[in-house]
Structures are given as structure tokens and as C-alpha cells.
Design a protein around this ligand. Structure first.
Ligand code: MN
Length: 192
């Protein structure tokens, strides 16, 4: 029985994101960085015992270099997939959940940005749902993903320098604040 041990580079669901993320950043971030993670993962899968598993299961089970590459593939699929140049606004359900768990949408946004801005080095800030449906924000280093903690990832901002340096140089906080303009909340809510 043939085993599919190849992951494909996902296509971007848009050609541009206005002035928030430049075409140059998108080209490098998707076409070079994500492509390298996909290629590395595909080289490591044969013989690993994880062939044929869904990507999320590979991330949960892999270690070392394979975890780093599989994690980065999953993280970037979630990151690129949640943006749109014409994003849908937040719906009533997400608004109610954020108000319940953070007090207000604005408080959530400020905490999310602050946790992204203060993450030392490379990594990701995440909004996830726990098993009880409570929404939580986590800071995670390098290729880490909330699925390894039993959480369901909903929204993520990439704070590796490759995500913002061409457009925002060292102004990571400005990049984080700008990303809200392109978050498609229909996509985020579909992950609940
Ligand atoms: Mn990245």
C-alpha cells in the first residue's frame, strides 16, 4: 500500500496584503522560508515511522530537526491562511468568547500584541482554545505549536525576524499592531 510521505507547499490564498505585508516579504517568507521547511520535512519523513500521518500528528510525535521543520510547516499554514486583503470582520461568537475570557476585544488585542512584542528571540504568539473551550494566549519559541500542549490553535502572529524585518525593520510592535487589518475572522472562527 503506497504511503503518502510528501507534503506540498500550500498556495497563498491571495496575491497581496496591501501595505501591511509587502509582496517582497510574502515572496521570501512563503517562497523561500516556508518552502525550505516543507522540503526539509519531506527529506526527513522517509524511514522516520511518521510517514502518512496528518501534519498535526507529525508535529505531536516528531522530535529534533523533524519537529522543527514539521512545526514550522504547520505554523506557517495557519499564519498565511488566516489573512486576507479583504478580511471578514469578527463575528458575534468570537466577540462573546473574547469578552468572556479577556474582558473585552481591545484587552485581548493589547495582551496578544504585548506577548508578541516581548517574546525573546524567534517564535510565535498564539490564541488557542483549551479542552473546555476557554481561550488562552501563549508565547512559544522557535517552531513550537499549541497542539503539543493539547490546545486548538486559532490565530497566530509570526515574530521571527523574517516575518517583518524587510517591512518594519526592528519595529516588531508596529508589525504586530498592523496585522489586525488583515486578519480574516471567518477563517479564525472556522478553527474553533
Ligand atoms: Mn515565518
Amino acid at each position: 500500500m503506497p504511503i503518502n510521505n510528501q507534503f506540498a507547499l500550500p498556495e497563498l490564498p491571495y496575491v497581496g496584503l496591501g501595505g501591511v505585508i509587502s509582496p517582497e516579504t510574502l515572496s521570501f517568507h512563503h517562497g523561500k522560508h516556508l518552502k525550505a521547511y516543507v522540503d526539509n520535512l519531506n527529506k526527513m519523513l522517509p524511514g522516520s515511522g511518521l510517514e502518512g500521518l496528518p501534519l498535526t500528528e507529525v508535529v505531536k510525535k516528531a522530535e529534533g530537526g523533524m519537529f522543527n521543520n514539521a512545526g514550522q510547516v504547520l505554523n506557517h499554514i495557519l499564519y498565511f491562511g488566516q489573512f486576507s486583503p479583504t478580511p471578514h470582520p469578527m463575528g458575534d461568537r468570537m466577540t462573546a468568547l473574547l469578552e468572556r475570557d479577556f474582558g473585552s476585544v481591545e484587552t485581548f488585542r493589547k495582551e496578544f500584541e504585548q506577548k508578541g512584542a516581548t517574546l525573546f528571540g524567534s517564535g510565535w504568539v498564539w490564541l488557542s482554545a483549551d479542552n473546555g473551550g476557554k481561550l488562552v494566549i501563549t508565547q512559544q519559541k522557535n517552531a513550537e505549536n499549541p497542539v503539543t500542549m493539547g490546545l486548538t490553535p486559532l490565530l497566530t502572529f509570526d515574530v521571527w525576524e523574517h516575518a517583518y524585518y524587510l517591512d518594519y525593520q526592528n519595529r516588531r510592535a508596529d508589525y504586530l499592531a498592523a496585522l489586525w487589518q488583515i486578519v480574516d475572522w471567518t477563517v479564525v472562527e472556522s478553527r474553533l
